[in-house]
Write a protein that binds this ligand. Structure first.
Ligand code: C2E
Ligand code: CA
Ligand code: CA
Ligand code: CA
Length: 279
């Protein structure tokens, strides 16, 4: 076993060195991207029943890399999450979203909440709530105009701390959604312990909710669960009319997905939130 251990050690020295160099190189690039303003936000509307009834927005990050082109968040968020880099990114997103809200308010647009995706590391950190309340003041934006989306897995890691932080967020009037609901843990006990507002049905269930009875039943069950716990429900990744119709027949009223709106630049969102002049 000792012999083998040494072999492994040798194996790791060369292989790991490569991986570590690559990873640190990537981390440096993410750091530079923040400094060089290579990130931007797009916004995807959430609608009540119909395309025109925009209830809120979700901010989604984009990395416009000078040589690699657009890098998907799926390809860099997980790496950023391995270090405190994710906190820097999350903070940048919060700042950007609130700055956008201020700009829209100054333009006299109809105001709706912007939801940001937060990593678990950041949620339980000491700095989140003070960062947010400071930024709300700087941009003079009310707490209800910011929402938080957090994936299920995160909620069970340190539930006591989650309860504390969420209580402070509630005090700021910030709503909390459980993202990708149904894909994480089998234990649902956290649902009654945490002050949550919204469950987002994961798009993996939505995709075939109109064609596979199992997925229909899962969506139905999640919608009933939300109702009995007095949580609101949002279906995400809705791409077709039959999906939307099925979800409506199951009692879902709020939708997000390409069928209604794709994620858009802030300038295009502004056109949708123009308040028509009173004559
Ligand atoms: P998510 O939070 O579940 O976001 C939904 C993803 O589904 C987004 O992908 C969105 O563009 C995509 N989407 C929306 N409607 C449809 C649809 O009808 N069909 C399909 N197939 N996809 C749809 P995106 O923007 O690539 O983001 C991927 C994931 O990266 C997000 O999943 C989220 O977990 C993470 N992410 C994105 N932006 C941020 C951010 O600012 N901070 C953090 N921490 N994570 C982020
Ligand atoms: Ca999300
Ligand atoms: Ca999601
Ligand atoms: Ca997702």
């Amino acid at each position: 076993a000792k012999e083998k251990g040494r072999d492994n050690a040798q194996f790791f020295t060369s292989e790991m060195a490569n991986i570590v160099t690559k990873k640190f190189g990537f981390e440096k690039e993410i750091n530079d991207a923040l400094a060089l303003a290579q990130f931007s936000l797009v916004y995807q509307p959430k609608v009540l029943m119909e395309k025109a009834n925009i209830l809120g927005l979700e901010a989604l990050i984009r990395w416009n890399h000078p040589t690699k082109g657009r890098i998907s968040p799926a390809d860099f968020i997980s790496i950023a999450e391995e270090s405190n880099l994710i906190i820097k990114i999350d903070e940048w997103v919060i700042d950007q979203a609130l700055q956008q809200q201020k700009a829209w308010r100054d333009q006299g647009l109809r105001m709706v909440p912007i939801a940001v995706n937060l990593s678990g590391r950041h949620l339980v950190s000491d700095s989140l709530v003070s960062y947010i309340s400071q930024k709300l003041e700087v941009y003079n934006v009310e707490g209800y105009l910011l929402e938080i989306e957090i994936t299920e897995g995160v909620l069970l890691q340190d539930i006591q701390r989650c309860i504390e932080v969420m209580a402070e967020l509630k005090a700021l009037d910030i709503k909390i959604s459980v993202d990708d609901f149904g894909t994480g843990y089998s234990s649902l006990s956290y649902l009654k312990r945490l002050p949550l507002d919204v469950l987002k049905i994961d798009q993996s269930f939505v995709e075939e909710c109109d064609s596979h009875i199992e997925d229909t039943k899962i969506c139905e069950t999640i919608i009933h669960l939300a109702r009995s716990l007095e949580l609101r429900i949002v279906a995400e990744g809705v791409e077709t009319a039959p999906q939307a119709d099925m979800l409506k027949s199951l009692g879902c009223e709020v939708f997000q997905g390409y069928y209604f709106h794709k994620p858009m630049e802030g300038a295009d969102i502004a056109k949708l939130l123009t308040v028509s002049p009173v004559i």
